[in-house]
Design a protein. Structure first.
Length: 74
């Protein structure tokens, strides 16, 4: 099963994998790991709705913005 491509500003649900001081690593429903800046306060396992801002390029992850929290794992 290949990675489904999303267009810019398309939305999907995803889960927070881990966080750092810069933001959160998120696994969207397409299976491609992404990064959201300024959301380092989210707990691992939290389910979110996110919008794609930039596709993955080379060794850089896709950029997403968190629109809302569906389930808070804290």
């Amino acid at each position: 099963m290949g990675v489904q491509e999303f267009e810019r500003f398309s939305e999907c649900e995803g889960g927070v994998l881990e966080c750092c001081r810069k933001g959160a690593f998120i696994m969207p429903e397409n299976g491609e790991k992404a990064f959201a800046y300024k959301f380092g306060n989210l707990s691992s396992g939290t389910r979110v709705i996110c919008s794609f801002l930039k596709p993955a390029c080379g060794d850089l992850l896709a950029r997403v913005s968190v629109d809302s929290v569906v389930y808070d794992a804290a």
